[in-house]
Design a protein around this ligand. Sequence first.
Ligand code: IMP
Length: 188
Amino acid sequence: MASIIFVTGNKNKVREAEVLLRRFGINITDVNLDIDEVQADDIEYIARHAAEDSYRILKKALIVEDSGLYISALNGFPGPYSSYVYRTLGINGILKLMDNVEERDAIFKAAVAYADEKIIKVFVGETKGKISFEPRGRGWGFDPIFIPDGSSKTFGEMSTDEKNVFSHRGKALLEFVKWFTAKSTIHS
Ligand code: IMP
């Protein structure tokens, strides 16, 4: 079985990646490096830098992932600051900002960056959807208030498998895995 290191301290991200990559025969080992994230507006840039910094330390093929929720009525807020905003305002704070706002469009974006001794490559995934009027289901982060287009459920009401079909992370990981398996076949 092929394996890859996933550098993250977020066990929810690990579970989602594990479920998806296992189907392609790829095993994940998660490592929490606690490296400083560069401050930038662009998640692809953040992910690329994190992959570069992580590779410098581990010297093994790895992926990192950076993601964010972009709400149209809030001009794209919280975007790359999603993790900070989740910790400070939380779901209820976001719902409060959206009080009486009818336009609920939002996009979840994920950037998965792969690094090895030769290359750094970034894969992106985006999911359009709506911010619900109240939290529904469980999940983590903003899962209970995001309804992806094509479903009536929030991410919080979905199983991990189902969320992976719709989610920004699932899409970015799928792009990564297609490339990674093709690359592994060529080099084996
Ligand atoms: P980061 O990628 O660790 O910088 O954090 C992204 C933040 O966006 C997380 O802490 C969550 O608050 C939010 N987020 C990203 N992806 C998801 C998701 O799939 N479900 C719920 N919240 C998410």
